[in-house]
Design a protein around this ligand. Sequence first.
Ligand SMILES: Cc1ncc(COP(=O)(O)O)c(C=O)c1O
Length: 387
Amino acid sequence: MSEQQHRNKSGFETRAIHAGYEPDAATGAVIPPIYATSTYKQDGVGGLRGGYEYSRSANPTRTALEGNIAALEEGERGFAFASGLAAEDTLVRGLCRPGDHVVIPDDAYGGTFRLFDKVEKVWGLEYSPAPVSDLEKVAAAVRPGETKLVWVETPTNPLLNIGDIEALAAIAHDVGALLVVDNTFASPYLQQPLTLGADVVVHSTTKYCGGHSDVVGGAIVVKDLDLAEKVTFHQNAMGAVAGPFDAWLTLRGLKTLALRMERHCDNAERVVDFLTSHPAVGDVIYPGLETHPGHEVAQRQMKRYGGMVSFRVNGGEAQALSVCERTEVFTLGESLGGVESLIEHPGRMTHASVAGTDLEVPADLVRLSVGIETADDLVADLERALG
Ligand SMILES: Cc1ncc(COP(=O)(O)O)c(C=O)c1O
């Protein structure tokens, strides 16, 4: 089956395994080699083989990953970067100019907030935080003519708020802005924002896409070819690209994304069942719960509800910290989306950079990245840690 057929006709799992790469013409290798090369022999000046000239501009291992993730997100072009933040910075500086304005989630991932607040602002880009789940507030935050991007995460990190992608796209497009969706938490298996009207998807592929906590990476996927050209230019001009080994690991992870996500979701549901009936636990935040304010929208735009669960404990920050320190199967650590379960205290860890701002997260909040271990072991571990 040709690359185009994979993109157009195949199911998600088939695309995850085959899109972006045809078995190597010379050897038949079914997996793309790690092209550890910086440059390429030219057949006469300008005689490039397959367009490869220098590995910042393009590298065949990276090309395979970029084709694969574009097919999974149902976009036209994919781009792989050294990290999620490298992808974000390339996108923002590629599409915005000094004096422009962007809207960001009022509970954005701390690093994304820091990028806008401490890096892009210095270069003259203004931002307004707005809750992604409140369409009226997002509509009030956009500035016709000035807002170039409406940037959302859905679910958000760490409060798992849900934004209605179709409605947010309409708000952005009304003022001539683009809708960017950070799809890291859902992964392309659970949600494809480009099919719902978004213009750009960004990923920290470090998370579910890579899936094994062994690589840091980022991606951008677009459906519009003019936009693709701008990203292509800036990816090369700014140079924050994924190396071939990182691209290879990420591609290997993507092949099993569907299976892993199903198990992440199964286990998260078991953990949520346990937490909702525990006396030491206050709010359990999971979009799969009917009581979650974004449940209906999530049901419409997501296949299932993901592996991330946040909860608040009744004993305040001290208890939240002690739970994080007492689990044994859940490893205390930042990041998410790997096969192993992780626990963290967003206020002191991933979201420390928003402390003291309007984006501060509650001190009694604990965030879980529920892995794919035996569900009974995960529940028993939390039971022990909650005492
Ligand atoms: C939702 C989200 N977006 C972006 C990033 C940044 O990605 P990276 O750490 O790969 O730079 C993260 C990292 O945790 C994240 O959780």
